[in-house]
Every structure is written in C-alpha cells, then in structure tokens.
Design a protein around this ligand. Structure first.
Ligand code: IPE
Ligand code: IPE
Ligand code: MG
Length: 256
C-alpha cells in the first residue's frame, strides 16, 4: 500500500494529465548501454503510470511517445522505436482492454509505418466501447502542425460559407484540434530535467500546472506519479483571479 497514494484527495484529481517521457537515452548512456536499451526500459514506467492513473481514476492520460521532430533521429533509433511500439501495442492490448481504458492517438498518424498503424487501429477498435479512462498516445505529434491544420480546416469552412469569421471562438477552434474530444490539460509532467515543452500540446496547456522532474523516464514510478498528483493538489489555480476570490468561491461551493 502506498502511503503517498493514501494522501491523495480522490475527489480532486486532475482530469487530464499529460507526460513528456524524456531521458531514456541519457538513462541508458549513464549505465554504459545503448540508447535503445533506455527505450526498452521505458515500457515498465509507462505501465506503472497507466496503472497509477487507473487506480486513482484520472480520466485522461496523454503520453508524448514520439514527436514530429523525432523523425530526424538516426534511422536505426527511429526503427527501434517503431518496432518497440508495435510489439508493445500487441503485447499490451488485452491489458489495456481489461483495465477498461479506451485508446486514442493524436498526431500525424499517416507517417507511421504500416505495422504500427495496424496495431494502433487494432487496439483503438478493441477498446472503443471502454469507459473507465482514456489513454491517448501522442505519436508523430507536433503542436505547431496540429494548430496549423486546425487553421486550414477552419479557413476551408469559411471559404465554402459553412462558417463565418465571427463564429471562430476558442471553443470552435478547439473542436478542430486533434484533442477535440478531450478536456484541457490540468497537469503536465516532464521527466529528464529539461524545462521546455518541445512542441507538445501548446494550446491545451494554457492553464496547466507544470512539473519538471530531474529523473530520467525509466526511473519514473507509481509513487513518483502519486507525489506529482499531491503536489498538484497543493496548488491554488487562480486563472487570473486573486487568491481571495478563489477561496471565497470555494467556500460558497462547499456550503451549497
Ligand atoms: C524520450 O527519451 C523518448 C523519445 C523522445 C522517443 P529520449 O530518447 O529523448 O532520451 P534523451 O532525452 O536523449 O535522454
Ligand atoms: C520530447 O522529447 C518528445 C518525447 C518525449 C516523445 P525530446 O527528447 O524529443 O525533446 P528535445 O529534443 O530534448 O526538446
Ligand atoms: Mg530527449
């Protein structure tokens, strides 16, 4: 039993957690191993995170698995990552299904190798009626491209007269992003020590709490995740208001 988990207020967990799983290569190099060993070792951390989310009922988890910029890595590393991805999807499909998770993918999926696409669509199909939680893989994902494609499809609708410029509200814009079915990100975690967002969910993290951890992704555990949730729960999210306003609103809510 995790003592850290016990402290979490289950009524107040973030609805959407997004994770930049960084540091696999450096983790392996620090052990005198090939970078690809780090990617293989990352799977256990992914499994732990999915389980931890499931245990405390976080409804949306987005994992940054491969960025649009990661295509520029050496061919051998890209191939290893793609093979690992299709193998893992095949091996974990039943587990994802039995946990009640519905899988989604965001990104330029067309660029992925056929085998990966096939496994992805198998898991998406298998889990499409699940309702306990949503597991979103960001694959070949880049936020700039996502935003540009939203702009283009809105532009197209204006051009054909389906939409007026005045109709383009924030809500309408969001409905043209890959994440249209998901709520905004409440908590963004990045492992690996870098304080940057690397083209990840730029629109969606506008009011997210950001947590940057020094440790490398393969060392990420359930308890570290639970600690991130606790730290999140200790933040006052003010959305531009004053702390006093927020506390008064909270009081009114508790009284009603
Ligand atoms: C994250 O780890 C995994 C991917 C980007 C696919 P890295 O491979 O970026 O590891 P570092 O940052 O080089 O250590
Ligand atoms: C971000 O990590 C992408 C993923 C974790 C999938 P990178 O390692 O690609 O980010 P940079 O290049 O250090 O910004
Ligand atoms: Mg990296």
């Amino acid at each position: 039993m995790s003592l850290i988990k016990e402290k979490i207020d289950l009524e107040n967990v973030p609805q959407h957690v997004a994770i930049i799983m960084d540091g696999n290569g450096r983790w392996a190099e620090s052990k005198g191993r090939e970078r690809t060993f780090g990617h293989k070792s990352a799977i256990e951390a992914v499994r732990n995170t999915i389980n931890a989310c499931n245990e405390i009922h976080i409804p949306y988890l987005t994992l940054y698995t491969f960025s649009s910029e990661n295509w520029n890595r050496p061919e051998n590393e890209v191939n290893t990552l793609m093979n690992l991805l299709s193998e893992t999807l095949l091996l974990e499909a039943d587990e994802i299904f039995s946990k009640g998770l519905k899988m989604h993918v965001i990104g330029d999926v067309e660029k992925l190798p056929e085998l990966v696409k096939e496994q992805l669509f198998n898991v998406i199909e298998l889990t499409k009626n699940n309702t306990r939680g949503n597991l979103i893989l960001a694959l070949s994902y880049g936020s700039h491209k996502e935003i540009l494609s939203a702009v283009k499809s809105i532009g197209e609708k204006v051009k054909t007269g389906e939409m007026e410029i005045a109709d383009i509200t924030e809500r309408v814009f969001e409905k043209h992003l890959y994440t249209k079915k998901f709520p905004a990100v409440d908590l963004l975690i990045r492992t690996g020590g870098e304080m940057r967002v690397s083209n990840f969910l730029l629109w969606q993290i506008a009011y997210a709490e950001l947590q940057f951890l020094e440790l490398y992704w393969p060392d990420f555990t359930k308890d570290i995740f639970f600690q991130c949730i606790l730290d999140f729960q200790n933040k006052e999210r003010r959305y531009g208001k004053t702390g006093e306003q927020i506390r008064n609103e909270q009081k009114i809510l508790e009284q009603s």
